[in-house]
Write a protein that binds this ligand. Structure first.
Ligand code: NDP
Length: 383
């Protein structure tokens, strides 16, 4: 029986909290050896006092004093962006779970791969931005990339290692978000609090807004293509309001395999950590007889342009996925700051993509530059 020693990046967030819950449920299979957060020293200290990881990282150094004084033991403490790399490469740990919102997890993830550690990735942004770089480096190093995102974890379970020519399509399910049935003209007036009411999942703010615009699904289309090395043309989306079927794979023989469970991120997190084994837990099992309906419908592509934009970016490749991701992050922040209306998010992303000259086979510096330029483009457009 294998016990994973895990470094958890993004420990104070929604995925981080669920990961801690999983670690506390299966202590014989999972030990948290390190935890990192950006600035929430209080929550980091409180969790660390329970789990006693040997190292912590708080990226914002101004909170280090508060962290130290709240701790009841003496772990190694790193700070700053370099500190994230230090903790991601901590000797003795064998799996790094990346659950940082946005793209700040990219460099620590690459550093962990270079040290031969397996990665469990929740941060879809880094696979969208630099999926080819991450996957190529992991292949060269012979390390595993285990998907935590529920859709990709579902596909990973359905595929069981089957590749390319046997796959007809990867079918990502989407709840449709809070505006699934809202007439298109009303999208202009939706508020931040409307957009933050996700019908089936409780998540961080950025991903919740992305679920309302369907950019979350768009990012996941690119993520799926990169993770499973499947062309964008074989990545489909279907709306499934109950969020019980987490995704499906259609094979060339016409069979569709699906993975189902309640909407709780502890399921995919646990499977990523214990893979290839399955172990019991205290999560609520799905009782099929109690589910009255499983519904599926076509997305409203015209009302929610994020899916077309993501398909365009994913098919073009180069730096365009990074531009889509960066422009979206900036636009979502502007919406959360009450500076733009909801449909402006799509418009800003489209404009940033149209403004970008694409590059074939970019290296990491090209990608980071395109990311910065797209952010700058959106900021200028809003100035
Ligand atoms: P949250 O906003 O809840 O948490 C983000 C975490 O990242 C916090 O621990 C935060 O620290 C940390 N963080 C933020 N910025 C930095 C930085 N620059 N450097 C280091 N740490 C940082 O996000 P979620 O947990 O919702 O999402 C995390 C990732 O997982 C995202 O990429 C999301 O798309 C993906 N995901 C989330 C799902 C969910 O159910 N929530 C489902 C599938 C994927 P602090 O608290 O100190 O600010």
């Amino acid at each position: 029986m294998r016990k994973r020693k895990v470094i958890l990046l993004g420990a104070t967030g929604s995925i981080g909290t669920s990961t801690v819950k999983v670690a506390e449920t299966i202590p014989d299979r999972m030990e948290i050896a390190g935890m990192a957060a950006y600035r929430n020293a209080g929550k980091l200290a409180e969790t660390a006092n329970r789990l006693r990881p040997e190292a912590l990282c708080l990226v914002d150094p101004s909170g280090a004093g508060k962290l130290r004084s709240a701790l009841k033991y003496n772990p190694l403490i790193f700070t700053g962006e370099e500190g994230l790399i230090d903790i991601a490469t901590l000797p003795g740990a064998d799996l790094v779970l990346v659950a940082i919102s946005g793209t700040a997890g990219l460099r620590p993830a690459l550093a962990a791969i270079d040290c031969g550690k397996d990665l469990a990735i929740a941060s879809k942004e880094i696979l969208v931005m630099a999926g080819e770089t991450v996957m190529n480096r992991a292949r060269k190093k012979g390390v595993l990339i285990l998907p935590v995102d529920s859709e990709h974890n579902a596909i990973f379970q359905c595929l069981e290692g089957k590749k390319g020519h046997q796959i007809s399509s990867l079918i990502l399910t989407a709840s449709g978000g809070p505006f699934r049935q809202l007439p298109v003209e009303k999208l202009q007036n939706v508020t931040k609090s409307d957009a933050l009411k996700h019908p089936t999942w409780k998540m961080g703010q950025k991903i919740t807004i992305d679920s309302a615009t369907l950019f979350n699904k768009g990012l996941e289309m690119i993520e799926a293509s990169r993770l499973f090395d499947v062309p964008m043309g074989k990545v489909q989306v279907v709306i499934h309001p109950q969020s019980l079927v987490h995704s499906m794979v259609e094979f060339v023989d016409g069979s569709i395999l699906a993975q189902l469970s309640h909407s709780d991120m502890c399921f995919p997190i646990q499977y990523a950590v214990t893979w290839p084994e399955r172990v019991p837990n205290s999560l609520q099992p799905l009782r099929l007889a109690e589910i009255r309906q499983l519904e599926f419908e076509e997305p409203r592509y015209d009302a929610f342009p994020a899916l077309h934009l993501a398909r365009t970016a994913g098919e073009a490749g180069g730096v365009l996925p990074a531009v889509l991701n960066a422009a979206n992050e900036e636009a979502v922040q502007a919406f959360l700051d009450d500076r733009i209306r909801f449909p402006e998010i799509w418009r800003l992303v489209r404009n940033a993509m149209e403004h970008q000259t694409n590059l074939a086979e970019p290296d990491l510096d090209d990608i980071v530059r395109a990311d910065c330029e797209a952010r700058e483009f959106v900021r200028r457009a809003l100035a």
